[in-house]
Design a protein around this ligand. Structure first.
Ligand SMILES: [Zn+2]
Length: 271
């Protein structure tokens, strides 16, 4: 992988990390400080840890109302520095801008995560929307359970679930403020799906009454690969519902290309 490879610039977006290694020890560090340029409290903490030879596994830094919220996961295996010492040194380095500092651990040795990391939100148009994520293996369980129990009836249910959700998304996109074309509003909705991990979307065509949407790495196909007779239904229902709202009519949708049939992407025509 490298420049020239079209996949090169796509980067994974990670939810909060869970770090677990029973042979190591970790701690989490919360620091809240006032932003006072050109000083960067985050950089100062990182520098201090680095000087002490401690490794910073991950960092989440956020700025809100001139305050900087940092959460760091630090490996402390074999570390001789006490938290008290480190606390003093950080306080000294950052000074009055530091308003809160806390080291956290879990009660499981070798396990650390963002203990105070909740809720999970997706910031859309300056409005944080709570998100409840499930992994691909859970989606796989949902889809295969529906098909195993209800056969093609299960797929019909999934289509309607997707369709209702797509319509609701369409309503939200329709009332988004600003002078936006239907194409722009559809693009915003598809970008939202990408942010939620459903796939990479491309609005290939958007004419009056006809839309073509390409989906690269469609999550539904990825999780149902190998599931006998499964046809893309949830996402197809969703896209049909979404487009129907914009065209003010009940549209129909067909999947013209599919990654599970060897195509490079799934392609849906909705009209
Ligand atoms: Zn497909």
């Amino acid at each position: 992988m490298g420049p020239g490879d079209e996949q090169f610039l796509w980067i994974p977006v990670s939810l909060a990390d869970h770090v677990y290694d029973p042979t190591k020890s970790y701690c989490g560090l919360y620091a809240v400080s006032i932003r006072e340029p050109p000083k960067s409290p985050t950089a100062q903490i990182i520098q201090l840890l680095s000087m002490k030879g401690m490794s910073l596994i991950s960092i989440k830094s956020q700025e809100k109302d001139r305050m900087i919220y940092d959460f760091m996961i630090i490996e402390t295996t074999g570390c001789t520095h006490t938290k008290e010492d480190l606390t003093e040194e950080i306080k000294e380095a950052i000074g009055d801008s530091l308003i809160y500092l806390e080291f956290v651990e879990t009660n499981v040795s070798g396990f650390i995560y963002n203990v105070k990391g909740f809720p999970l939100v997706f910031n859309h148009a300056n409005e944080p929307m709570p998100v409840t994520a499930v992994t691909h293996s859970t989606w796989k369980t949902f889809f295969s359970g529906m098909v195993k129990r209800f056969g093609s009836g299960g797929m019909v249910m999934l289509w309607f679930m997707g369709n209702d959700a797509g319509e609701a998304e369409g309503m939200e996109a329709k009332i988004l403020s600003g002078k936006l074309t239907v194409k722009a509003r559809l693009n915003i909705s598809l970008a939202k799906l990408q942010a939620l991990g459903w796939g990479r979307f491309e609005l290939a065509e958007c004419d009056e009454g006809r839309v073509i949407i390409r989906v690269f790495e469609n999550f539904e196909d990825i999780v149902t690969k190998g599931l006998a007779n499964y046809r893309n239904t949830f996402l197809r229902g969703f896209l049909v519902g979404l487009v129907s709202v914009f065209f003010n009519k009940a549209c129909r949708g067909v999947e013209l290309k599919c990654i599970n049939r060897g195509d490079p992407y799934c392609e849906f025509m909705i009209r």
